[in-house]
Design a binder for this molecule. Structure first.
Ligand code: SGN
Ligand code: CA
Length: 498
């Protein structure tokens, strides 16, 4: 072989080697990191440009949006914690996975996406809040907070039993996730790592380092902080989630000793309150400000810890082939309608954040406005893992949406159903449908007069849902259409009513 031929052969081999590597990289199954917080509203995420931006920067969560895709119309099927998690695992609406409310039992033997991923060569890990009793199945490694979980020195439960950890819950959950990535995973297999934060759930206790973040800031109030529920049906009048009446001074606003955080943490606040003793509307303003400062400080801690995960991925060359998602089990009222908590089908709690980064596949900084629901998550994970999706799952994979290729027949309406009544916060059972422009809701069951009460909102004219136009003749045709759609969706999702 001549010298030139030898050089050509070597160059050829190098090209082949590089091409194989590229092929391997693109055909390699992606890792998935699913960061799921509890009660984190879109209003409190910088990337959504909500009411608290730019006052409430979430630079790390925003990084996922800036380098990936923001979903503006992602909704839940049942706006409450445990049901939302059961839907996440099963890809089914509540009435089919059985976890219709926080108290209902969950059958762990049923089909769940992580079991399928595990069988298909993925390492599956769950760390943090799941709010489902009993032994988790389909996870190679799981360490969860029993029930609601605690903010400080939380108890954990794993395959081998219970123990208590020291420190602040958001940090601990992240430490455990990073420890698994660094020391426990099999580097030859793809993984699905679910990092489930308790924060910013009630009673909103931040890390001590973050508790003064909003001390000298005036948090903007929503226009409807003093909503009188005029035009709304009985449910909105009878709820027990008002900042004015139901938010407690001792636990929620931490003026008592037994609030769940380190002793003395809120001494200054206690002193201020004893001296100033606000009453009437002044008290509502103070409660609102204090609640939001605590809530946003909790969000700060979540954001810092999202940053730790993103940094780890970058430093360890894992960022390129890992799909990173950020979402929450539902939205939350940050004073809208005078409320905290969730449950209602109104936008603030029905909607949930969804941000996804997947380098090389998602166009950086893109925004999707298609109707997406948490029934879609399980199928999306299976699709990302190039695994067969079971026919009986009720969502649709959003992978085509991630690639900016929404199918022409993508859904045009969503079904919602909330069941926990009687229960905490006294929100009546209801079901409903939305088609982006309008929303029709039917409250029903015990204590609902006349066997059912209806509300209709024109979301374009009334995005804050202050004006129920169900009885307005101008909307009569819309009501007929949406009732038909609701009936169709009940059939489609095999929804049975009491
Ligand atoms: C607790 C909270 C409620 C909350 C439910 C359900 N009260 O009961 O405010 O609605 O959990 O929340 S608290 O005083 O214990 O904080 S969920 O996120 O688990 O659905
Ligand atoms: Ca929740």
């Amino acid at each position: 072989m001549t010298k030139q031929n030898l050089i050509n052969t070597k160059i050829g081999a190098l090209f082949l080697f590089a091409a194989c590597n590229t092929l391997q990289a693109t055909s390699k199954k992606p890792n998935i990191i699913w960061i799921f917080s509890d009660d984190h509203s879109v209003q409190a995420i910088g990337a959504y440009h909500g009411r608290f931006a730019p006052l409430n920067p979430t630079p790390n969560i925003d990084k996922i949006a800036n380098e990936g895709m923001r979903f503006d119309r992602c909704y839940v099927a049942n706006s409450i914690c445990a049901p939302s998690r059961a839907t996440l695992l099963t890809g089914l609406h509540s009435h089919l996975n059985g976890k219709i409310d926080n108290k209902a039992p969950f059958d762990h033997n049923q089909q769940q996406f992580q079991k399928i991923l595990q069988k298909n060569g993925y390492q599956t890990v769950l760390i943090g809040k799941i709010h489902i009793d009993g032994k988790m199945q389909g996870f190679d490694h799981w360490e969860v907070l029993p029930g609601q979980g605690e903010y400080y020195n939380p108890e954990f439960i794993s395959e081998s039993g219970k123990y208590r950890a020291n420190g602040y819950v958001t940090d601990i959950i992240t430490d455990k996730a990073l420890d698994w990535l660094q020391n426990k995973r099999d580097k030859n297999k793809p993984f699905m790592l679910m990092i489930h934060h308790k924060s910013p759930h009630r009673n909103w206790i931040p890390a001590q380092r973050d508790m003064h973040k909003y001390d000298n800031v005036e948090i903007p109030e929503p226009d409807n902080l003093f909503d009188d529920y005029n035009t709304r049906t009985t449910a909105a009048h009878k709820q027990k989630m008002s900042i004015d009446i139901d938010m407690t001074l001792d636990k929620d606003l931490k003026l008592g000793d037994d609030f769940g955080g380190p002793a003395g943490m809120y001494n200054e606040r206690k002193e201020w309150f004893a001296k100033n003793n606000p009453t009437g509307k002044d008290l509502v303003h103070w409660k609102y400000q204090t609640y939001l400062k605590d809530y946003l400080s909790c969000v700060w801690g979540v954001d810092e810890n999202v940053g730790r995960v993103l940094d780890y991925l970058e430093k360890n060359g894992l960022d390129k082939n890992t799909v990173v998602c950020y979402s929450s089990d539902q939205g939350f009222y940050n004073g809208e309608h005078g409320w905290f908590d969730k449950r209602f089908m109104y936008e603030e709690s029905f909607r949930t954040p969804l941000l996804v980064r997947w380098p090389g596949h998602i166009k950086a900084g893109s925004v999707n406005t298609d109707l997406v629901q948490n029934i879609d998550f399980a199928e999306t994970f299976l699709d990302l893992a190039k695994t067969k999706i079971p026919e009986n799952m009720q969502g649709v994979s959003i992978v085509p949406l991630l690639k900016s290729k929404t199918p022409a027949d993508w859904r045009r309406s969503l079904y919602y159903h909330y069941y926990e009544y009687p229960g905490a916060h006294n929100v009546r059972k209801h079901e409903g449908v939305t088609d982006k422009r309008y929303k029709l809701i039917r409250f029903y069951g015990k204590d609902v007069p006349g066997g059912g009460e209806w509300e209709l909102y024109d979301l374009e004219k009334d995005p804050s849902e202050m004006n129920n136009v169900y009885d307005n003749q101008e909307y009569a045709e819309i009501v007929v259409q949406l009732k038909k759609e609701l009936a169709n969706l009940r059939v489609k999702y095999k929804a049975n009513l009491d």
